[in-house]
Design a protein around this ligand. Structure first.
Ligand code: HEM
Length: 414
């Protein structure tokens, strides 16, 4: 294949991108499938948008995840934000292999299946609180609850995965709303560096306190197991331990909240598909796969870098520039999924890349799938008249390059 340079100057990704990223990617996929952009953070980056290129890039060992390889050897980031980066998603083998091994066994399909009764109970209590106008279960139905209108994110889509991951890790409830705020700042593309550092510092202080408490009173949870691994050998140093907690907590809820919320939006705006699922709940596991493909909780995978120049899809990407592998675009590539913009709960959506591909394939995929299945099943069964409470055009998306998620989802319970 002939190597070319990108056909146009880096395109800035602005507000239009946040509100409708798939439209921006569709144009790129057609006209310039490997292209240089200016991210909302003001950084130059390369976007890969076609399915075949995306799959190859995600499995390409020449694309590194370790940003430290690009910095001058003496570079030491501020500890209050440095710990946010020392996790497995920013590591290459052998560090990545070592870090991943420590948690992978907690997320095998068998271990996750054992969580089903507890996830069902959390789900039922959140739905009870919604039906009852918003008390208990960690959910708040919001001001409009008296009219049967609730923000589905506040009442259900956020507290469900957050409660599950906190219980798995052994994090006491009480601070979860604060954590949500910090996490949203850290993942926002419009927060200033000072805001980012303040949120990172607050999380650092919180995790440090949490670890001290856990060391004083270990329990049968993942956090205690990670502390034991750290304290009894050299498998995890202190920044890595803090980063692991950060990654599991953030990855454990920031994505699934969007599967549930954007997935529900997709169902409510496609009444025939919604009726189909209501009529035949055995479609649920396949429907979750299709909703992952269609709703795309993440716009793209996390940053990769080419330490050496690398050719992708006929385009030379220079050394050192961030590469964003656009999984949401791959999932809408007509070359892989026929009629890709159509929601079809009966289609075979296997091969979608919503959970990534290759060695960084999502550790939490079995948990996310189970949470999705339980959440959609219980929500639809509990509220047969569930409907959108606003015009879909009025919905606003979070200003994040990475996260594809609604700010709120007002629904009428019926
Ligand atoms: C619908 C929900 C979810 C989606 C769409 C999702 C998506 C992804 C994607 C695309 C990656 C790979 C990123 C890359 O290669 O740059 C990833 C990695 C990861 N995910 Fe998820 N995720 C979800 C839920 C979860 C949950 C519930 C957990 C639980 C702890 C989790 C933990 C992780 C971890 C630890 C990694 C890093 C794996 C590695 O670097 O080897 N995710 N996820």
């Amino acid at each position: 294949m002939t190597e070319t340079t990108a056909p146009f100057e880096p395109q800035p990704l602005g507000d239009r991108y946040f509100q409708d990223p798939l439209r921006v990617f569709a144009r790129m996929r057609e006209q310039s499938p490997v292209t240089s952009v200016i991210t909302p953070e003001g950084q130059r980056a390369w976007l890969i948008t076609r399915y075949e290129d995306v799959r190859k890039a995600l499995a390409d060992p020449r694309l590194s995840k370790d940003w430290r390889k690009l910095r001058s050897p003496g570079f030491v980031p501020d500890p209050s934000v440095g710990f946010l980066m020392a996790h497995m998603l920013n590591a290459d083998p052998p560090d990545h292999t070592r870090l991943r091994r420590l948690v992978q066994k907690a997320f095998t399909p068998g271990r996750v299946a054992a969580l089903r009764p507890r996830i069902e109970a959390i789900t039922a209590s959140l739905l009870d609180a919604m039906a009852g106008g918003g008390s208990g279960g960690g959910g708040e139905a919001g001001d409009d609850a008296r009219d049967g209108v609730v923000d589905l994110i506040t009442a259900f889509a956020f507290p469900l995965p957050m409660t599950v991951i906190c219980e798995l890790l052994g994090i006491p409830d009480g601070d979860r709303e604060e954590f949500k705020t910090w996490s949203q700042v850290i993942l926002s593309s419009t927060a200033t560096f000072d805001e980012y550092r303040a949120a990172g510092g607050a999380m650092y202080a919180y995790f440090t306190r949490l670890l001290a408490d856990k060391r004083a009173a270990p329990a049968d949870d993942l956090l205690s197991a990670l502390i034991t691994a750290r304290d009894s050998g050299d498998s995890l140093d202190e920044p890595e331990l803090l980063a692991m907690i950060f990654l599991l907590l953030v990855a454990g809820h920031e994505t699934t909240v969007n599967l549930i919320a954007t997935g529900t939006l997709a169902l409510l705006t496609h009444p025939p598909e919604l009726s189909r699922l209501r009529a035949d709940p055995s479609l649920l596991p396949g429907a979750v796969e299709e909703l992952l493909r269609y709703a795309n909780p993440l716009n793209h995978a996390t940053d990769r870098y080419a330490p050496e120049p690398i050719e992708v899809g006929g385009v030379m990407i220079p050394a050192g520039e961030p590469v964003l592998v656009v999984t949401s675009s791959a999932n809408r590539d007509p070359a892989r999924f026929p009629d890709p913009d159509r929601l079809d709960l009966g289609r075979d959506a296997s091969g979608h890349v919503a959970f990534g591909h290759g060695i960084h394939y999502c550790v939490g995929a079995p948990l996310a799938r189970l949470e999705g299945e339980i959440a959609f099943g219980a929500l639809l069964a509990r509220f047969p008249g569930l409907s959108l409470a606003v015009d879909p055009a009025a919905l606003r998306w979070r200003p994040s390059s990475l996260i594809h998620g609604l700010q709120t989802l007002p629904v009428r319970l019926g």
